[in-house]
Design a protein. Structure first.
Length: 316
């Protein structure tokens, strides 16, 4: 494969909306598809999604379709949907298909590579804040980027060059980190501090501009992740925490991170992948994680409230 000529996206939510319009504009409707089935397929075909004021009806391909392989697959779904997503892309896989799994967390690439092999999987993550509600999102398409690459990128591999060329043709902002694992752990650390704090207290990103108390909790949670990262050979710490101080204040004041959006929408969150992962690794590596312990159980209580557990019924 010398260039990307076809692509599919699984997960047309906030992160997926960053890619879909530009990929379709470059490849055309016959070479770009969104993978969906059941009621989600019906909803997308009927209503589409509205991105920056434009309603889009992308080509929908069901996982069972035998439509041939594609050159690039982007997985942009919640962590709890990864197992199904790996099954759903089976018919899209070809000899040279490349997968970018732009999910939160630090373990999704390993899971996908365990099924399809590292020759098909590159590291990737997103750095952009997008809020989607009821199929509508308004965001600056150049206000963030996708990071991608091999684990180390002192020199770019052939497949990295092919994908970066494709993104340039699509007009998709990207970066290639010299050390992708460090970049992913840095994002994970920021997500833990910001995403979990906002979710537990029901506050937007702007809280970090006006509340030092919110920042004390955010930084404390980040330090727990940094200690774990150091134990697994990832060099992040106070320098990176300080670096994020400027970035977090640039996020639109009223934007809400994904976990808070999920809670307010009465959806299951990714708390297992966020605070749950920190607690699990902390136990394995003998790193105390009291702030993430509170995040985990506090957000679980919020989910239980959404499920109606605390409403008086005959059963309770």
């Amino acid at each position: 494969m010398d260039e990307i000529k076809s692509a599919s996206l699984i997960g047309l939510g906030a992160m997926g909306s960053f890619f879909a319009p530009r990929m379709e504009a470059y490849l055309g409707k016959d070479k770009f598809s969104v993978i969906a089935d059941g009621t989600r397929k019906e909803r997308l075909e009927k209503n589409g999604v509205t991105l920056n004021g434009i309603n889009h009806h992308f080509t929908i391909r069901e996982p069972e379709e035998k439509g041939g392989s594609v050159d690039l697959i982007i997985i942009a779904i919640k962590d709890n949907g990864l197992e199904q997503a790996m099954k759903d892309i089976h018919n899209l896989m070809g000899e040279n298909t490349q997968i970018l799994c732009v999910m939160n967390g630090v373990e999704s690439e390993e899971k996908v590579a365990a099924v399809y092999g590292w020759n098909h999987v590159l590291y990737s993550y997103m750095r952009i804040s997008i809020v989607m509600k009821d199929g509508v999102a308004d965001f600056n398409p150049n206000g963030g980027n996708v990071h991608l690459g091999e684990a180390l990128n002192t020199e770019y591999s052939e497949r990295v060059n092919i994908i970066r060329s494709f993104f340039e043709k699509c007009g998709i902002p990207y970066e290639i980190d010299e050390d992708m694992k460090k970049g992913m752990w840095f994002k994970f650390m920021c997500n833990i501090g910001e995403n979990m704090t906002c979710a537990l207290f029901g506050i937007p990103f702007g809280a970090f501009c006006v509340s030092e108390d919110a920042n004390v909790i955010r930084r404390g949670a980040m330090r727990e992740v940094a200690q774990i990262a150091q134990k697994v050979g990832i060099d992040i710490g106070e320098k990176e925490i300080e670096f994020q101080e400027t970035s977090v204040r640039k996020i639109p004041f009223l934007n809400k991170p994904s976990t808070l959006q999920d809670l307010e929408g009465h959806k299951k969150t990714e708390v297992e992948m966020f605070a749950g992962t920190v607690i699990r690794l902390g136990k394995e590596l003998d790193v105390p994680t009291p702030i993430n312990w509170l995040f985990y159980h506090g957000i679980k209580v919020y989910e239980q409230k959404n499920d109606g557990l605390f409403e008086k019924t005959e059963e309770n």
